[in-house]
Write a protein that binds this ligand. Structure first.
Ligand SMILES: NC(=O)c1ccc[n+]([C@@H]2O[C@H](COP(=O)([O-])OP(=O)(O)OC[C@H]3O[C@@H](n4cnc5c(N)ncnc54)[C@H](O)[C@@H]3O)[C@@H](O)[C@H]2O)c1
Length: 346
């Protein structure tokens, strides 16, 4: 299901204003491009005139979005169905790439606890293979999708990149290792890299069972079904809910930055704390729901109480400032999910 056209056009214009023609005719490779954030990124890259190759093994996505992307620019979009662990698939995907956006990963924290070795293989070793293949293909920069899970349960707020990392799951440990690899590649092999640490990204087309901002589609789904959603704990826990367009913008700014980025780590969030109770009430009012107040269940073990990004380094390094505020991003997301759920598409 496509998004509301005028909103989409406005967003694309805003991205074009920020990046100009810098990506026109540029060869890019997007690992994990069939996924949630990767799909939105490919959408923007195509609108900006880039030549896009997607590599994805479809382990957490399907070809639905890929078909739409190819239809929009058949001569500029290529899809390699394969794993980043497969050297042949990877070198085919990297052919002609000047910039590489590395998003492919296993994203579930609970699954990483069940399958730590698999998580390490894809998220850490896979990142090394992507870096090596990018270097061999002659790409000049790899833009890595890192995770705010690197901060763990450190209570200090806001989260600053200079804080010690405290990964608390095999997922967080492997994503953090990916950052170290990116930095070491920038130092040792003459290929530039940068690590974008995302905070709770949400938006349309996100799998409802995603390990991150799943709370948004989950709430909408319950209300569409005429049921009360569940909040774990008192709902006072806060997060930096960040619309996916902001993550896309960060990737584009990192790709078009003219100086070296040297493996730097930057937080990509909205820089605003919102409690789960506030989030629920915003969604409820957008949906026009009466009654059906959220029910509270016991707090989940190990859940971080508060999280918000300090985004000043991203601003200073790549000129990043969020383009979509929470309320605007929530409005499009809520409307999209409500229709998609009613039509049985998600
Ligand atoms: N969504 C968030 O809030 C968030 C927060 C922090 C970091 N991230 C990071 O952003 C990136 C994208 O996340 P997302 O939310 O879009 O997840 P997603 O699961 O929707 O996208 C990941 C894509 O990678 C693909 N993939 C997995 N293993 C692969 C492999 N071995 N080879 C090729 N493709 C493979 C999946 O099929 C999927 O399409 C990930 O690296 C994730 O760690 C996301």
């Amino acid at each position: 299901m496509s998004e509301h056209a005028p909103q989409h056009e406005t967003l694309m214009r805003a991205l074009q204003d920020r990046t100009g023609d810098a990506l026109r005719d540029v060869g890019v490779c997007v690992t994990g491009g069939a996924g949630f954030i990767g799909g939105h990124l490919c959408d923007a890259l195509i609108a900006l005139g880039a030549r896009v190759t997607i590599i994805d093994d479809l382990s957490n996505s399907d070809t639905r979005n890929i078909g739409d992307l190819i239809d929009r620019a058949p001569e500029r979009v290529r899809f390699v169905q394969g794993s980043i662990l497969d050297p042949d698939a990877l070198s085919e995907a990297m052919d002609g790439a000047q910039r590489v956006f590395h998003l492919a990963a296993l994203g579930s924290v609970p699954k990483s606890v069940e399958q730590p070795e698999r998580t390490w293989l894809v998220n850490a070793s896979g990142t090394m293979r992507v870096l090596r293949a990018a270097q061999e293909a002659g790409a000049t920069r790899v833009i890595y999708s890192a995770s705010s899970s690197a901060y763990g349960n450190n209570p200090e707020l806001p989260k600053r990149e200079s804080m010690a990392s405290e990964p608390e799951s095999p997922y967080a440990a492997a994503k953090l290792a990916g950052e170290s690899l990116c930095r070491s590649w920038a130092k040792c092999y003459g290929i530039d890299t940068v690590c974008l640490r995302y905070f709770n990204i949400f938006g349309t087309r996100q799998a409802a069972d995603s390990a991150y901002a799943a709370v948004i589609p989950a709430f909408i789904k319950r209300w569409v079904n005429g049921e009360a959603p569940t909040i774990f704990g008192d709902g006072g826990q806060t997060r930096d809910f960040t619309h996916v367009s902001n993550a896309v913008l960060a990737n584009l700014l990192a790709a078009t930055h003219t100086g070296a980025l040297g493996g730097e780590v930057v937080n990509i969030g909205a820089g605003v704390r919102t409690s789960v109770n506030e989030l629920a009430s915003k969604i409820k009012s957008r949906m026009g729901i009466d009654g059906l107040a959220p029910e509270h269940a016991p707090e989940r073990v190990g859940e971080v109480r508060d999280s918000v990004a300090d985004i000043s380094r991203a601003k200073q390094l790549i000129g990043y400032e969020p383009i979509t505020a929470l309320d605007d991003g929530l409005a499009t997301t809520v409307d999209w999910y409500t229709s998609a759920l009613r039509e049985g598409i998600v």
